[in-house]
Ligand binder design. Structure first.
Ligand code: PHE
Length: 363
């Protein structure tokens, strides 16, 4: 290697080493390898040389170029690490700092209840499914085996949206789903059996009094395979309500009832006692209705492309506000949606103590 290349290397290596930040290093890089850089200029001198000279010089310059590129990369990594170390030692995050109780937000009882239910059903192997609040008549009613003219389709219950044209040019009224059973249909349409899902969501009915609000929340469970029977339905619901209310011997009763999308259908009651105007959940002399259930109707399975000769299973649904009111002794449904901070501070839950499968649903 010739003298001039040797000394150029020492000079550049010194410049690279003394670059004290990324900007300075980049300036050195440009001055060496850039369009008008020193090595670039050297390369350009090759053209005027004899072939023999060009061969040795060319090789030397290329070696120099690679060496310098390596040095620059090395220095760049060192500078980046230095910058990161400086940031890490100057920035602090005190994760031991506890939030001030008076500023701390609270988890709404609906969110809390949904989290508790999720923990219980996840442990039983259910997946969480979702569907849209704005539904069409097909998913909310027709596919669920509601006969034409069924009273539930009529104006007093269902919120219809203004008529719009669909992709095929048909005029139809969308609606706000009146129950989460529509999610059963959407899930079966879009997934292959077996099905084992739980859904939580808003539902809407045109009703308003002490025990009804136009928007409320429902939970829906669906389990379909080749063998699921009414015994599984009963066992699943009993396990879940006992886990939810944390009462091991909570009596559960199934009362025959009608829903178009199940056959047979049953209403679910849990044991309670009412003394001196107070309601207590648990073994007692009275019953309290908490939801609907049944074996999924063959027509519903057919509507979703399943062969009812091969597949069968159960579904159940219930109101989430009602479950929360019963578990946490909240007397008035309407207060759930009044956004009163005093109510939320009283009935809300600690955001740092979330239900989980290790600690149980207790908060
Ligand atoms: N969708 C019913 C309701 O809103 C509840 C239900 C769900 C009943 C699933 C049976 C099976 O009242």
């Amino acid at each position: 290697m010739t003298q001039d290349i040797q000394s150029l290397r020492t000079q550049i290596a010194n410049e690279v080493k003394s670059a004290s930040n990324l900007k300075a290093l980049d300036d050195v890089r440009v001055s060496v390898l850039g369009k008008k850089g020193r090595i670039t200029a050297l390369m350009k001198t090759l053209g005027a040389m004899s072939q023999e000279e060009r061969q040795t010089k060319g090789r030397d310059i290329n070696i120099l170029k690679d060496e310098i590129a390596d040095l620059i990369k090395h220095q760049e990594n060192a500078l980046k690490k230095q910058e990161m170390d400086a940031r890490l030692s100057s920035e602090t995050l005190d994760i031991t700092l506890s939030p001030r109780q008076d500023y701390m937000g609270h988890i709404h009882p609906i969110s809390q209840t949904i989290e508790e239910l999720t923990v219980i059903f996840a442990a039983m192997g259910f997946h969480v499914a979702e569907g849209p609040d704005i539904e069409d008549d097909y998913h909310n009613f027709t596919a669920l085996n509601f006969p034409p003219g069924h009273p539930a389709r009529e104006m007093q219950d269902t919120f219809f949206l203004p008529e719009t044209q669909d992709e095929e040019g048909e005029y139809a009224k969308k609606l706000l789903r009146t129950h989460t059973s529509s999610v059963q249909i959407r899930h079966m349409e879009n997934n292959k059996p077996p099905h084992k899902i739980i859904c939580f969501g808003r539902t809407y009915r045109s009703d308003y009094d002490l025990t009804h609000t136009p928007m409320f929340h429902q939970m829906e469970a669906l389990m379909i395979d080749e063998k699921t029977n009414m015994g599984h339905l009963k066992g699943c619901i009993m396990d879940f309500v006992r886990a939810f209310f944390e009462i091991e011997d909570l009596p559960v009763r199934f009362r025959p009832s009608f829903f178009p999308f199940v056959e047979p259908g049953a209403e679910i009651d849990i044991g309670c006692s009412r003394k001196d105007g107070g309601l207590k959940i648990g073994a007692g002399d009275d019953w309290l209705e908490i939801g609907g259930s049944g074996m999924v109707h063959p027509n519903v399975l057919k509507n979703c492309g399943l062969d009812p000769e091969k597949y069968q299973g159960f579904a159940f649904g219930m109101g989430i506000e009602r479950m929360a009111m019963l578990k946490y002794g909240i007397p008035d449904l309407r207060t759930f949606f009044e956004s009163d901070l005093r109510w939320l501070r009283h009935y809300g839950f600690n955001p740092l103590e979330r239900p989980n499968s290790a600690s149980g649903v207790k908060s």
